[in-house]
Design a protein around this ligand. Structure first.
Ligand code: ARG
Length: 260
């Protein structure tokens, strides 16, 4: 064999083995890490978001829904609790990617963030102490002391009531506690949350009076800087509505099928 041929063969084997290592390397590459979705929520708003007393885990309709959406999208969902009025600023600054927090879709908010299609139909109502027989609805709230959660649609509506004194609390449970203690005459807050509060804790303490004031719809919010994420979430929500998963979660928390 000529020297040239030997050199050629050695080099060829060398090149081939490098090529093979390349292939093997590709095959053995670690599976792609799941993408992470940082979700912010004010987690004191049962039955939408609250902490399970025993496990301390975040639970509720919104929590189940966003976890199901994340799963559908192949994202890991990390939930962070924060004040309701801090949620939109946190989205805008990029500290979180998503807000799910029984947040009503509103024009002013939609100027700052993107909302998905509505995922829950809601509205506001009035809660008073069980032994109060004079306050029968919104129309009786003029000049009264009213408790609300800061930054909410309830706060906004209560502020329109003539001569009412509005007390703003960081969380809805604090407003309910103040009602129980006699510090306010009424609480204006989301109807399903009022119903849940009364059913779970307070039927001897509180009752709902009058008709719901309005109708509101909740949406999931994402940053305007990341429209693709909002679209992916909307798509996943549609898929969960089609495959029955959304209905399952709805029935779990509200004991009835979602309205059509
Ligand atoms: N739906 C009302 C709003 O958007 C109240 C939401 C409060 N949510 C909460 N997790 N505390 O203003």
């Amino acid at each position: 064999m000529s020297k040239k041929l030997i050199v050629f063969i050695v080099l060829s084997v060398f090149a081939l083995s490098i090529a093979m290592v390349g292939c093997g390397g590709q095959k053995a590459a670690a599976p792609e890490k799941p993408k992470v979705m940082k979700v912010g929520s004010d987690t004191a708003f049962a039955p939408f978001e609250f902490q399970d007393e025993k496990s301390k885990e975040y639970t509720g309709f919104d929590m189940d829904l966003i976890r199901a959406i994340g799963k559908q999208m192949g994202y890991e969902v990390q939930i962070q609790g924060m004040g309701f009025d801090g949620l939109i600023p946190a989205l805008e600054s990029g500290n979180i990617d998503v807000v799910i927090s029984a947040m009503t879709i509103k024009e002013e908010r939609a100027k700052k963030v993107n909302f998905t299609k509505p995922y829950y139909k809601s509205g506001l109502s009035v809660v008073v102490r069980s032994d109060n027989n004079t306050l029968k609805g919104f129309k009786d709230l003029e000049g009264k002391n009213i408790g609300v959660q800061i930054g909410t649609t309830g706060a906004e509506e209560a502020k329109k009531i003539k001569n009412a004194k509005i007390r703003e609390f960081n969380t809805a449970p604090e407003a309910f506690l103040e009602l129980k203690n006699g510090g306010v005459d009424a609480v204006v807050n989301d109807l399903p949350v009022n119903e849940y509060y009364i059913a779970k804790a307070g039927s001897k303490d509180a009752k709902i009076v009058g008709e719901p004031l309005n109708s509101e719809e909740y949406g999931i919010a994402t940053s305007k800087k990341n429209p693709e994420l909002g679209e992916k979430i909307s798509k996943a929500l549609d898929e969960l509505k089609k495959n029955g998963e959304y209905e399952k979660i709805y029935v779990k928390w509200f004991g009835k099928k979602p309205p059509q």
